[in-house]
Design a protein. Structure first.
Ligand code: LLP
Length: 386
């Protein structure tokens, strides 16, 4: 929901741009902070969801750690004031250069995704006369019940180490003198809204941590990853995800032993609702079968609908005095030379005209960060409420 002053400001700003509501971000971070602190849980913000500098600065100010998946993210986290002692680094394909950068930065923990990677980190740490702290990322084969394009914890996915390879992990850990085993890591998918999924994950984590302890490796860190979903259909009435229920599942079902720490890596739930993509109607094409609204934003600014069939609310922010009483159905499309460049089909909107402002909501996570320069388009700008 945008107030009239904000809409006036949009009217005077060149489109397209991401609009960040910093108050929504602040309230979301506060809710997460309170709900996690209640149980002493540690939250690392997954930078991949949004690494806009102002967003990072605010998240860092709440004391969250950082979850990174590239050397660039490790660097950005540290530059934006996240403590290196709170940086975790995951990813199936960490390059030697990235591992060295993280070793030089003395990060908290590598989330290791294969036995081969464990040996490489050990070799690189040995060359620097350092010890690398690691958690083993395990693929628990738990179905996240989310879109299959953003499911990561099934046997068919490339992520983590499968449970039948854990004997090899133990052999490698015994052989690697420059590795310190901290614990176990999981991340089974994104946009998870069914809390039963997390209950199943807890049960698997309990079994696996016992297995490690039985093999002589005490588990200090349990990292359950991220994935908590947001309400893409009701951004105004259900703005903040239910962090209370989310963390309570882990409190109730995870078997946390004395001295153990529980860690999370949330991305989407912290940043999705704080931003909208604001665009303008360039052309209205009325066809026999279809009406099209052609926007000045497309898949180069927000690719989620095209890549994951993702749903985003779409609103026309411009008020007209003489409108047809009934809404019309429009396919809301971008300007890119690709048929897939469509935000949504058959969107019910008031009759719309060239120059109208269109808001595509819940675009703060995996929006601006996934923008591209395809078609040699200008890089999308950002505007902030404060
Ligand atoms: N930890 C790891 C190891 C991850 O791979 C991810 C996300 C997260 C944490 C954070 O997950 P979140 O809390 O944001 O669900 N671009 C896709 C989502 C890809 C998620 C990648 N990994 C989208 O727009 O839906």
């Amino acid at each position: 929901m945008f107030n009239p002053n904000t809409i006036t400001r949009f009217n005077n700003t060149e489109t397209p741009f991401y609009y960040y509501d910093m108050e929504v971000l602040r309230q979301t971070l506060q809710a997460c902070h309170i709900a996690s602190a209640k149980y002493g849980f540690h939250v690392h913000y997954a930078l991949k969801a949004n690494f806009n500098p102002k967003v990072l600065d605010m998240i860092q100010s709440f004391g969250f750690g950082a979850d990174c998946v590239s050397g660039g993210e490790v660097k950005a986290a540290i530059e934006h004031g996240f403590s290196n002692k709170q940086v975790v680094f995951a990813g199936v394909g960490k390059s030697d250069k990235e591992i060295n950068l993280a070793l030089d930065g003395d990060i908290f923990c590598f989330n290791v995704e294969s036995v081969q990677e464990l040996h490489i980190i050990n070799d690189l740490a040995k060359a620097k006369n350092k010890t690398a702290k690691v958690a083993i990322r395990i693929n628990p084969n738990v179905d996240a019940h989310t879109h299959h394009f953003i499911t990561t914890g099934l046997d068919e996915n490339k992520f983590g180490i499968n449970t039948w390879q854990l004997d090899d992990v133990i052999i490698a850990l015994r052989a690697c003198s420059n590795i310190q085993f901290l614990g176990i890591h999981f991340h089974i998918g994104s946009q998870i809204t069914d809390m039963e999924v997390y209950k199943s994950l807890c049960i698997r984590i309990n079994e696996i941590q016992d297995w490690f302890e039985d093999h002589g490796f005490p588990v200090k860190i349990l990292n359950a990853g991220g994935g908590l979903g947001v309400d893409y259909h009701n951004p105004d009435t259900n703005t903040i995800s239910d962090f209370e229920s989310y963390f309570k599942v882990f409190k109730d079902f995870l078997n946390v032993k004395p001295g153990q720490e529980v860690h999370f890596e949330l991305g989407r739930a912290l940043v999705a609702q704080c931003a909208s993509l604001i665009s303008r109607v360039l052309y209205v094409k009325n066809g026999q079968k279809k009406n099209f609204l052609v926007l000045d934003a497309g898949m180069t600014e927000l690719i989620r609908p095209m890549l994951y069939q993702a749903y985003h609310e779409i609103e026309n922010l411009t008020q007209h005095s003489k409108l047809k009483t009934q809404n019309l159905a429009y396919d809301v499309v971008g300007p890119i030379c690709e048929s897939t460049d469509c935000f949504r089909k058959d969107v019910e909107l008031p009759e719309s005209f060239r120059g109208d402002l269109i808001a595509i909501r819940t675009a703060g996570a995996y929006g601006e960060v996934m923008a591209s320069g395809y078609n040699l388009r200008d890089r999308v700008q950002s505007v902030y409420s404060d």
